[in-house]
Every structure is written in structure tokens, then in C-alpha cells.
Write a protein that binds this ligand. Structure first.
Ligand SMILES: CC(C)(COP(=O)(O)OP(=O)(O)OC[C@H]1O[C@@H](n2cnc3c(N)ncnc32)[C@H](O)[C@@H]1OP(=O)(O)O)[C@@H](O)C(=O)NCCC(=O)NCCS
Length: 179
């Protein structure tokens, strides 16, 4: 338990290749909870390093929440889910906060920073998938203007339990209205 209050200060900043191990560890821990992410284990440092560098190279929003000690306690990234210029306005968002740091505003801060960067990157439609039981994440997304667009019923069977996946998206306010 930290005794110096400044030890618990959380900084939101762009991801850097030197965060690869921290992001990999953080994602692995969240994945191994087997509740929130599609992955049930992380991707390793090498793959994470490649992912960060690829995002930096093209300006995809990729942020981390870190402690003063540079320990990574959360990440948020947005990548184009489909190739081609006709989908260049679309980004797929992923986020996770380490257990023990949830419910303190870190996720909202990461989302706000990342969504600002999405606008700058030209992503006017942000998509994500979230398990229906993830009420905390859904509440956060709804509060930021994401709407439910669909539901994959029984999308995953994990440990014998059928889980639905909710498809959500947020279009920027200046995107053309749907007739
Ligand atoms: C979902 C997640 C990113 C939210 O981040 P967080 O830091 O825990 O959330 P915040 O403290 O910023 O709270 C944001 C909102 O979430 C909701 N929320 C927070 N704690 C909650 C709780 N215990 N129960 C229900 N809703 C809750 C509230 O709507 C809150 O809004 P508020 O700021 O008006 O209170 C984080 O909990 C997490 O990483 N969970 C595990 C991984 C995961 O679910 N990733 C997303 C996969 S789609």
C-alpha cells in the first residue's frame, strides 16, 4: 500500500514502445480474469511492441494510464477494423483498467483523451464490442454517447456459460444524419 499520496497519481499519456512490457502485463492480467476481454490471456511483449509501433507509425490513438513509477494500470487503443478508404473513418476501440484501479475515474479519463485523439485522427465512427454482463463498461460507453447497434446472442461459450456480446458505436456529432 502506498504511503505517499503522490504514488497513486495516475497520468494519461500516449503509449510508447518502452511501455510494451507494462501494457502486455496489464492486458494479460485483465484477460486472465476471463470476464471482460475476448482474449483470455495477453499477447506477449514482442507482439505488444509491434502493435504500439504500428499505431505510432500511422497515428492510431493509443494511450496508457500510468503511475509515477511508469507502471501501466490501463490502456486504450483504437485501430481501423477494416481496410480500404471507404472505412477510413471507422475505429475499433479497446480499453482495460487493472483490477484495483477501477471505479476511480481512470477509464473515463482514458476514454476522453482517446476520443479526442480519434477526432484528430479522422475517426468519426468508433465501434466496440462489450459482453452484455459488463454493466460498468456499458454505462461508461453510454455516458459518452455510444449507442447499442446490435447483439450477438451466445457469441461466446466460456466455461460452459453462453455470453452475449453487445455491439456499440459512437458517431461524431458532425457526421451526416441517418435518413
Ligand atoms: C470498464 C472500465 C474501462 C471502466 O473504467 P473505470 O476506471 O473502472 O471506470 P470509471 O471510474 O472511469 O467510471 C466510469 C463510469 O463507469 C460506470 N461505473 C464505474 N464503476 C461502476 C460500478 N462499480 N458499477 C457500475 N458502473 C460503474 C459509471 O457509469 C462511471 O461513470 P461516473 O464517472 O459518472 O461514475 C474498467 O472498469 C475496466 O477496465 N474493466 C475491465 C476490462 C473491461 O471491461 N474492458 C472493456 C471491455 S469492452
Amino acid at each position: 500500500m502506498a504511503t505517499d499520496p503522490s504514488d497513486t497519481e495516475v497520468i494519461i499519456r500516449p503509449a510508447h514502445p518502452r511501455d510494451a512490457a507494462g501494457i502486455a502485463d496489464c492486458l494479460d492480467a485483465v484477460a486472465r480474469e476471463r470476464l471482460w476481454l475476448t482474449a483470455t490471456e495477453g499477447y506477449g511483449i514482442h507482439s505488444t511492441d509491434n502493435f504500439i509501433r504500428a499505431n505510432l507509425a500511422v497515428g492510431n490513438p493509443h494511450f496508457v494510464a500510468v503511475l509515477r513509477t511508469s507502471v501501466v494500470i490501463g490502456w486504450c487503443d483504437v485501430i481501423p477494423p477494416r481496410p480500404g478508404p471507404e472505412f477510413a473513418h471507422v475505429g475499433q476501440l479497446g480499453i482495460g483498467i487493472l483490477d484495483g484501479w477501477r471505479g476511480m475515474g481512470v477509464g473515463r479519463a482514458l476514454m476522453n483523451t482517446t476520443l479526442e485523439a480519434c477526432a484528430a485522427r479522422g475517426f468519426s465512427r468508433i465501434e466496440l464490442e462489450v459482453y452484455a454482463h459488463n454493466t460498468r463498461a456499458i454505462a461508461l460507453y453510454q455516458s459518452l454517447g455510444f449507442v447499442q447497434e446490435g447483439r450477438r446472442i451466445g457469441a461466446r461459450i466460456l466455461d460452459g456459460v453462453h455470453q452475449d456480446m453487445i455491439l456499440m458505436a459512437r458517431r461524431s456529432p458532425d457526421a451526416p444524419a441517418i435518413p
